[in-house]
Design a binder for this molecule. Structure first.
Ligand SMILES: [Zn+2]
Ligand SMILES: [Zn+2]
Ligand SMILES: [Zn+2]
Length: 151
């Protein structure tokens, strides 16, 4: 996908022209058309900013060479209300796996906060130990082979 104009990630708010963020958070995807106060608004997002959001499932259709992020609209609507535990800005789509934990993060903020990533789950540092008991949580899908951005 080629996006010529400058757009901003609906989650981390960084510009599509910010190369550092593109390297760290993946290509900009979009637009996703959402209804906001009866107006259609187009949103863009970095791949990893959406990929690690707990509601989102990423699928890739090899035949059609198209991909899809399910529940992306719901995630955008939710993330707009959620402040990030690290930078305090809204758009924090990544919630800690532990349901009682209220922490949410942006993708790079979660990395900074040393969250543990085990797709599709993210664990904050305080609840990292829960990730060890794998029986306690189920994987929503299997994209284990999918490469993640290395820091
Ligand atoms: Zn982003
Ligand atoms: Zn943040
Ligand atoms: Zn937590």
């Amino acid at each position: 996908m080629l996006i010529v104009n400058e757009v901003f990630c609906v989650f981390c708010k960084k510009s599509s022209k910010d190369d550092y963020f593109l390297r760290k958070t993946g290509e900009i995807h979009g637009p996703v058309k959402c209804l906001d106060k009866n107006k259609v608004v187009e949103y863009f997002f970095h791949f990893y900013c959406a990929f690690w959001a707990p509601m989102v499932t990423y699928t890739f259709d090899e035949e059609k060479n198209t991909d899809d992020f399910t529940k992306i609209k719901e995630t955008i609507a939710l993330a707009k209300k959620l402040p990030c535990h690290v930078c305090k800005q809204r758009g924090a789509a990544l919630g800690c796996w532990y349901k009682k934990c209220k922490k949410s993060f942006h993708y790079l903020c979660a990395k900074q906060a040393k969250c543990f990533f085990d797709h599709p789950n993210v664990f904050c540092e305080a609840h990292l130990d829960l990730s060890e008991n794998k029986k306690n949580y189920k994987r929503k899908n299997s994209v284990d082979s999918f490469s993640t951005v290395e820091n």
